[in-house]
Design a protein around this ligand. Structure first.
Ligand SMILES: Cc1cc2nc3c(=O)[nH]c(=O)nc-3n(C[C@H](O)[C@H](O)[C@H](O)COP(=O)(O)O)c2cc1C
Length: 377
């Protein structure tokens, strides 16, 4: 099968990853309306076709929070990536490193901060969820520092878990349960199953053995309900910033007023995001919030965006609207589920090629020249 677009990787991942984990990636909260809107609204934006301009010597190189990137597309933090493919976080981090884009490790990862650090050579970014157990959070921040992570991505939009029907229906857990349904799902994906037998990394290794009283984390949702801090406030950003002491990115802003608050914290960047439609169903798509947020705070803080990016054209549209960088979640997860590390590389290559050609057909040579006058409005 020739793999030409992200959707090809998605189809292959569906065949290779047990249903409960494939569905975990390909799902949004409740009606999945916001999940769909993220993609649909990007598709509605039209690019201006320009001709007879010099399109030689093109470059997609740019910077995100001052770091040089081969293209302004980072890998978003995604929980349980090591369940899409054995050792998934390590493989994705290696693919990102070789490609020259940032990799962000989730707090809810299967491979730990230390696992990824030991298997990569350049700094990666670490995403933090603030949990009630503050000594555990302090320790996580310190572990990310010790691993030389070059940015902390603080996620603000998950103080309470949005409900995804598919996960509840599938009885999602890591490692999978041993009910007949789950055994069947795993047995019908032998490549995945054998791979999993070959690794020790099958649970939440940032947490198990590090948080008090957590020896085993069978159910993500019950632990999340207990541990995620519903009282988290803007005040908390201060001590986190202070304790971390490095580059800070605030993720999960989807409103102009919140963007104003975020800009006042002195963080280095914000990510316009609705968690890939996994939290507030009914929220506007993230692409529709980029322009108003950039207009409100873009002169004070770097604005990134994620949600719904499935092609290089999508990245370009976000940049034209004023985002300095973007992130992909599902596209790299599908690549990983389909073909491991090579699949992540493939996802990045597809997006790079699409972006490069699209840039040329829009009459520009440098991605850093992306601007609103490249769009039909
Ligand atoms: C399977 C999955 C798990 C995720 N886990 C996390 C997480 O642990 N932390 C976080 O900040 N965001 C998480 N997200 C949200 C992503 O970081 C990102 O905002 C989203 O995937 C972007 O949308 P896209 O998948 O359409 O590219 C997750 C998303 C997916 C699809």
């Amino acid at each position: 099968m020739s793999i030409l677009e992200i959707d090809d990787l998605k189809k292959m991942a569906r065949r290779r990853v047990p249903k409960m984990f494939f569905d975990y990636a390909d799902s949004g909260a409740w009606t999945e309306g916001t999940y769909r809107a993220n993609e649909e609204d990007l598709r509605k934006i039209k690019l201006r076709q320009r001709v007879l301009v010099d399109m030689s010597d093109r470059s997609l190189e740019s910077t995100m929070i001052g770091e040089k990137v081969a293209m302004p597309v980072a890998l978003a933090p995604t929980g349980m990536t090591g369940m899409q493919h054995p050792d998934g976080e390590i493989l994705a981090a290696q693919a990102a490193e070789a490609f020259g884009v940032p990799f962000t490790l989730s707090t809810m990862s299967i491979c730990s901060i230390e696992d990824v650090a030991e298997n990569t050579t350049k700094p990666f970014w670490f995403q933090l969820y603030v949990l009630k157990d503050r000594s555990f959070v302090y320790n996580l921040i310190d572990r990310a520092k010790a691993a030389k992570c070059s940015a902390l991505v603080l996620t603000l939009d998950l103080q309470i878990l949005g409900q995804r029907h598919k996960d509840l229906r599938n009885g999602l857990s890591a490692p999978p349960k041993f009910t007949p349904k789950h055994v069947w799902q795993v047995a019908t994906r032998p490549r995945w199953a054998f791979g999993m037998l070959g690794t020790q990394r099958r649970t939440f290794r940032n947490i198990v053995g590090h948080a008090k009283g957590v020896g085993d984390l069978a159910s993500l949702s019950s632990w999340t309900t207990e541990q995620f801090d519903t009282k988290l406030s803007w005040k908390d950003v201060e001590w986190i910033k202070e304790r971390w002491g490095g580059k800070l990115i605030l993720k999960g802003i989807n409103d102009v007023e919140d963007a104003e608050m975020a800009a006042r914290t002195g963080a280095d960047a914000i990510v316009v995001s609705n968690h890939g439609g996994r939290q507030l169903d009914g929220a506007p798509s993230s692409i529709s919030m980029v322009e108003p947020i950039v207009d409100a705070v873009g002169d004070r803080i770097e604005v990134h965006m994620d949600g719904g990016i499935r092609s290089g054209q999508d990245v370009l549209k976000a940049l034209c609207l004023g985002a300095k960088g973007t992130y992909i979640g599902r596209p790299f997860l599908y690549g990983l589920g389909a073909m491991g590390k090579d699949g992540v590389t493939k996802a990045l290559e597809i997006i790079r090629k699409e972006m490069d050609t699209t840039l040329a057909l829009c009459g520009k040579r440098l991605i850093t020249q992306a601007s609103r006058d490249m769009l039909h409005r």
